[in-house]
Design a protein around this ligand. Structure first.
Ligand SMILES: [Zn+2]
Length: 371
C-alpha cells in the first residue's frame, strides 16, 4: 500500500512510498522551493516532464490546498522557520530575515552568530547558526526522539534556508559562499568540512555551469505561459549588456560565483550536494529515520531578478522539475522504493512585478524588495 501525503503552505506536497510493513521511513526529505507560489504546480503542468518531479509528486502524492500563512512578513527566514517549527514568528522568534534588536540597538540578521567562525572558506559568510531560533524544529524533535541517533542535515544556497529547518541539534547545515563558490558551514556544527564536501567543492561545478551557459530547455516560442523575453523592469542579473536568451555565462567562470544563484543551476548545484550527502553520510541507510532538509533558493533569485511572469522563471521551474525527477530516481535506487517520505512546500509566494501589473492596467506601486 502506498501512503502518500502532500500539503502546500500555499501548497505543500507530501509524497511517501512507505510500505505497509515499514513502520517508519528510513529517510524524510523536506523540500522547500523558495518563492514557489502554489499555482506554479498547475501553471506549468503541461510542461512538466512525465519523468520529472512535480507530476510524480502530484499524481502519487497528496496535496493540501487552500491553506494560508497566518503571519507577516512572508519572507524566507520566517517561512522556513514556520514550516519546520510548526509555529509562527511570534513564537519561533524568526520575525523576518532581519529585525531590530532593542538591546543591541541595531538590526540583526536571522542566523547571524558572532561566536562562530566560517568552516570551508576564509570569508565571513559562515558566521551563522540557529541560535536566534527560539523553538525546536521537527528535525530537533526527531533527534530528541531517537536519542540523537537520527542524522539531520540542512542544505540550501541561502544560509537561513538550511540552518533554520535543520534546527539546533542538526549534525550539519551547509550553505553557499557566493564569494568563493564553495559549500561552507560554521563552527557551530563542526571544525572541518567532511572530505566529501571538500571533494564536491574541488569539482567547481559552478564553472562548468557557467561554461555551458543558460539556453532555454525548449524553443523560446513555446514559453507561452510567460511574457516575451526582455522587459525593462527585469534586473540585469548577468550584466548590463545581457540581452536575454541565450545567456552566455562563460565570462563568470573563475571570477564571479554570485550570479549562479539567479540561474536554474543554483538548484542543480543544491541537488548535487543533497545526493552527495545521502551517499556519503549514509542518510536512510539504516532503520533509524534520518532527515534531509533541502531548500532550493534559485527560484527566489530568478523570480526577484526577472519576475514571476518571465521566461527565465518558467525555464527555472522546468529545469527544477528535471532535477527533482532525477532526485526521486536517485532516492529510489539509494534509499529504496517505499522507504522514504518527501514533503514539498514553499516558504512564501510572490506578487507580480508592479511594472508588469501597471502594463496591464492593474493598480500597483513599487514596494520594498524582500528576499
Ligand atoms: Zn524565500
Amino acid at each position: 500500500m502506498q501512503k502518500v501525503f502532500a500539503f502546500f503552505l500555499t501548497s505543500f506536497i507530501i509524497f511517501s512510498t512507505t510500505a505497509q510493513n515499514m513502520q517508519r521511513p528510513k529517510l524524510v526529505v523536506g523540500i522547500v522551493v523558495d518563492q514557489m507560489r502554489w499555482d506554479f504546480l498547475y501553471r506549468y503542468y503541461e510542461r512538466y516532464s512525465e519523468n520529472g518531479g512535480f507530476k510524480k509528486l502530484l499524481t502519487n502524492g497528496f496535496t493540501c490546498d487552500n491553506t494560508m500563512i497566518p503571519y507577516c512578513p512572508t519572507v524566507t527566514a520566517s517561512g522556513h522557520a514556520s514550516i519546520y517549527t510548526g509555529t509562527v514568528p511570534a513564537i519561533n522568534g524568526i520575525t523576518g530575515n532581519n529585525w531590530w534588536d532593542h538591546q543591541l540597538n541595531r538590526s540583526v540578521y536571522c542566523t547571524e552568530d558572532s561566536l562562530v567562525i566560517t568552516i570551508g572558506s576564509n570569508t565571513n559568510l559562515g558566521l551563522q547558526s540557529p541560535r536566534n531560533l527560539l523553538t525546536t524544529t521537527i528535525c530537533d524533535e526527531l533527534r530528541l526522539a531517537t536519542n540523537f541517533k537520527s542524522k539531520v542535515i540542512g542544505i540550501a544556497l541561502k544560509d537561513r534556508g538550511g540552518i533554520l529547518p535543520a534546527g539546533h541539534t542538526a549534525n550539519a547545515a551547509y550553505w553557499y559562499d557566493m564569494k568563493t563558490g564553495d559549500w561552507i558551514t560554521s563552527s557551530y556544527y563542526m571544525n572541518e568540512l567532511p572530505s566529501w564536501v571538500k571533494n564536491i567543492n574541488a569539482e567547481k561545478l559552478v564553472d562548468k555551469y557557467y561554461k555551458d551557459g543558460w539556453t532555454t530547455l525548449y524553443p523560446l516560442n513555446t514559453y507561452i505561459q510567460s511574457t516575451a523575453d526582455e522587459k525593462n523592469y527585469e534586473v540585469k542579473a548577468f550584466g548590463s549588456n545581457a540581452k536575454g536568451f541565450p545567456y552566455n555565462l562563460s565570462r563568470f567562470a573563475g571570477n564571479n560565483y554570485n550570479v549562479v544563484e539567479a540561474t536554474p543551476f543554483g538548484n542543480t548545484l543544491t541537488a548535487e550536494l543533497a545526493k552527495a550527502a545521502i551517499t556519503n553520510e549514509g542518510l536512510g541507510a539504516d532503520a533509524i529515520t534520518d532527515f534531509l532538509a533541502v531548500s532550493f533558493s534559485s527560484t527566489d533569485y530568478v523570480g526577484h531578478s526577472f519576475g514571476p511572469n518571465s521566461i527565465e522563471q518558467e525555464d527555472t521551474y522546468l529545469r527544477l522539475d528535471k532535477d527533482l525527477g532525477e532526485f526521486l530516481i536517485f532516492l529510489d535506487s539509494k534509499v529504496g522504493k517505499d522507504q522514504y517520505l518527501i514533503f514539498l512546500s514553499a516558504d512564501h509566494g510572490v506578487a507580480h512585478v508592479p511594472a508588469f501589473a501597471k502594463e496591464h492596467n492593474i493598480p500597483a506601486v513599487t514596494h520594498h524588495r524582500w528576499l
